[in-house]
Design a protein around this ligand. Structure first.
Ligand code: MN
Length: 291
């Protein structure tokens, strides 16, 4: 098949809210016209659009909290983020880096601005995705993939018109750095002025593009900064061109066709499994992590 995938909606950033005191996010989904399955396997996308945080000696962020049944993927565009979890993993990511944390059977973690960034203050911009896991993988052990920028696959556009960073999946036979449980593609496209590029995903893959920097023309429609393009599942080709430098986050994945039961930080298939997760947290089965 070789048909254009049409645009379902160009969604402006929803009113932001704070997550802890460190993340001022636009929750693009689930919510609004994008229900809990519409972007599956991507369940949630919180976008911290650019904001300047003043210097502080007490790093801002989100304190210790649990997760079970999915993965949190944090993509840093500006600023630096530190992570610690009860599986014993920790890391710091900076501009252009990604942390891909598989909570799966369950862990506690905390997410903060990195210490020196906090002391200096500055512009902060990032995305957090919640990537769902299929029932067969929800109770696998937690793991942590630190996907620094140098580990990502890179496709160079001709004539120095930019590059595609392949975080997961593949593009033009170049593989991404992160391993995933179900098929998906996650890229950052860093495009120069007057770039042209085409993306080709199976039509059943749920697909969206978030404009992080600049503005772009997607399938001949102009899309401003901080807007999210939701595509129909009616074709495979997407064309992108630029008349200024731009950065795009590109998501496309095979849907997980299973029931969803979500309560707060637990993303399971049934209400019984959510209640079990609550009991397991209260019984200390998610480990120990100091605030
Ligand atoms: Mn979290």
């Amino acid at each position: 098949m070789n048909t254009i995938r049409s645009i379902e909606a160009i969604i402006p950033p929803p009113a932001p809210h704070m997550v802890g005191n460190g993340f001022r996010v636009h929750s693009f989904f689930p919510g609004g016209r994008i229900n809990k399955k519409r972007m599956s396997p991507f369940f949630l996308m919180d976008y911290n659009s650019k904001i300047e945080f003043p210097p502080t000696d007490v790093p801002r962020g989100v304190g210790v909290h649990p997760h079970r049944g999915f993965e949190t993927v944090t993509i840093a565009y500006k600023g630096r983020i530190a992570h610690h979890d009860s599986a014993g993993n920790s890391g710091i990511i900076g501009e252009g880096d990604v942390q891909w944390m598989t909570a799966a059977s369950g862990l506690l973690h905390k997410e903060y601005h990195e210490e020196s960034f906090s002391k200096e203050g500055g512009i902060f911009q990032m995305v957090q995705l919640w990537v769902n896991l299929p029932a067969r993988d929800k109770m696998t052990p937690p793991k942590y993939q630190e996907v620094t920028n140098n580990l990502m696959g890179k496709y160079q556009l001709p004539a120095n018109k930019g590059e595609i960073e392949i975080i997961a999946g593949e593009f033009n036979n170049i593989k991404g750095a992160a391993t995933t449980f179900t098929p998906m593609h996650v890229y950052n496209a860093r495009l120069k002025k007057d770039a042209e590029i085409e993306f080709d995903f199976p039509s059943n893959y749920n697909t969206g593009i978030l404009v992080i920097e600049g503005s772009v023309i997607i399938n001949d429609q102009p899309v401003p900064t901080d807007h999210f393009v939701l595509f129909n599942n009616d074709g495979n080709k997407i064309s992108v061109r630029t008349d200024e430098d731009a950065v795009l986050l590109i998501l496309s994945g095979e849907p997980i066709d299973e029931p969803i039961a979500q309560y707060g930080p637990f993303l399971m298939n049934t209400q019984d499994e959510v209640e079990q997760a609550l009991r397991d947290v209260n019984a200390g089965k998610f480990g120990v992590l100091e605030d």
